[in-house]
Design a protein around this ligand. Structure first.
Ligand code: APR
Ligand code: ZN
Length: 333
């Protein structure tokens, strides 16, 4: 039971985990360093490095994060739409949200942070990047595919809600004519303009939140009955088993020298657990994050003496702190 739960996307396991670790390590806790030259020494002497990335990596590309101001879409909390239950209740609404995210991701370009990680991967074949991002920007920055582990899938993969069919790398925009991105006045959403009414409508199973009839949404060409859905991992769903297996295999091989925790609040499990796992294998931690160690990140990563915190934009910081290995970053515009 516990083993199965370990692989399910959730906010819950952190609760007991946090209670255990915060108090236990409090006494040893020191302020992490932000000394770039000290970090360079650690980086150049590191052989096995892991990165754990989140939405902050793509912030400089113009894509919103989840727990900041960007965590809302049309009066809906982004996380409340990321569940199979939300899709079952109102597939049109959930599809409009993902259609919007596909559209925004396609409009965006990878930033210097993505390219810096690509370069580090090319220089260090034993470096792996675990990303919670589903926006395809690392792939478009030509991050070597076998060194990039997609924990939460991709908005450009299309799965069936009922059977096992999956189509990879579908970049159609819109994915379906019914899901084209409209202006703010979108009459497919009722009532879009009023938070209280929209929330009430969303909570009330008898009130539709979209005018889109599920029968008109695209269905699976294999089983014919299932609705197609974005190939991302929703809350309550299991992460891709093969990907988790590849990561476990990598972790098992040897000790880990360094983990880079980039643009993530590390609040969502099991992804957040990799920080502790890397630490158990000897890794120093370097956090690259706009909001520092506020809230959950501080508790989850529990930095010690010898660890690092670089506060600011990952797109600026990564090329700088990785420079001794990747050299000067050249990005074709
Ligand atoms: N550079 C670096 N960090 C940044 C930047 C930036 N330019 N902008 C924001 N950040 C940081 C914020 O300070 C915050 O700590 O990025 C982090 C974003 O955190 P979240 O919004 O919680 O995103 P993330 O950790 O990726 O969420 C994890 O939750 O909703 C689910 O499945 C979804 O993959 C997602 C998961
Ligand atoms: Zn199907």
């Amino acid at each position: 039971m516990l083993l199965a739960q370990k692989h399910i996307l959730n906010f819950n396991i952190r609760i007991s985990h946090r209670r255990l670790s915060t108090t236990a390590h409090m006494a040893n806790r020191r302020a992490p360093s932000s000394d770039v030259s000290k970090f360079h020494e650690v980086l150049t002497s590191s052989k096995r490095i892991m990165a754990l990335c989140g939405a902050g990596l793509s912030a400089a590309s113009g894509l919103g994060t989840f727990r900041g101001a960007g965590g809302m879409w049309r009066n809906h909390r982004a996380t409340s739409l990321a569940t199979p239950e939300a899709f079952e209740k109102d597939p049109g609404l959930v599809w409009l949200f993902y259609s919007y995210r596909r559209h925004k991701a396609l409009q965006a370009k990878p930033n210097a942070g993505h390219y810096a990680l690509t370069e580090l991967s090319k220089k260090l074949p034993d470096f792996i990047t675990l990303t919670q991002n589903v926006d395809g920007l690392s792939q478009r920055a030509e991050h070597p595919r076998e060194q990039l582990k997609l924990l939460h899938g991709s908005v450009f993969d299309i799965k069936c809600f009922s059977c096992d069919r999956i189509e990879l790398n579908n970049y159609d925009d819109p994915f379906h004519p019914l899901l084209a991105i409209e202006s703010e006045e979108d009459d497919r959403l009722v009532p879009a303009e009023n938070t209280v009414r929209a929330t009430a409508a969303y909570m009330d199973p008898n009130v539709n939140t979209t005018t889109i009839n599920p029968d008109d949404l695209p269905h699976c060409p294999k089983c014919k009955t299932g609705l197609l859905r974005p190939g991302v991992v929703w809350f309550g769903e299991a992460l891709p088993e093969d990907t988790l297996g590849e990561i476990d295999e990598w972790i098992k091989q040897d000790k880990i020298d360094l983990i880079l925790v980039i643009g993530t609040t590390a609040t969502v499990w099991p992804a957040a657990g990799y920080v502790e796992e890397a630490k158990r294998k000897g890794a120093r931690v370097a956090v690259i994050n706009m909001d520092g160690l506020d809230g959950e990140l501080g508790a989850a990563s529990n930095l010690r003496n010898g660890d690092f915190l670089f506060q600011g934009d990952a797109a600026k910081i990564l090329p700088e702190i990785l420079k001794p290995v990747i050299g000067e970053l050249k990005i074709a515009s």
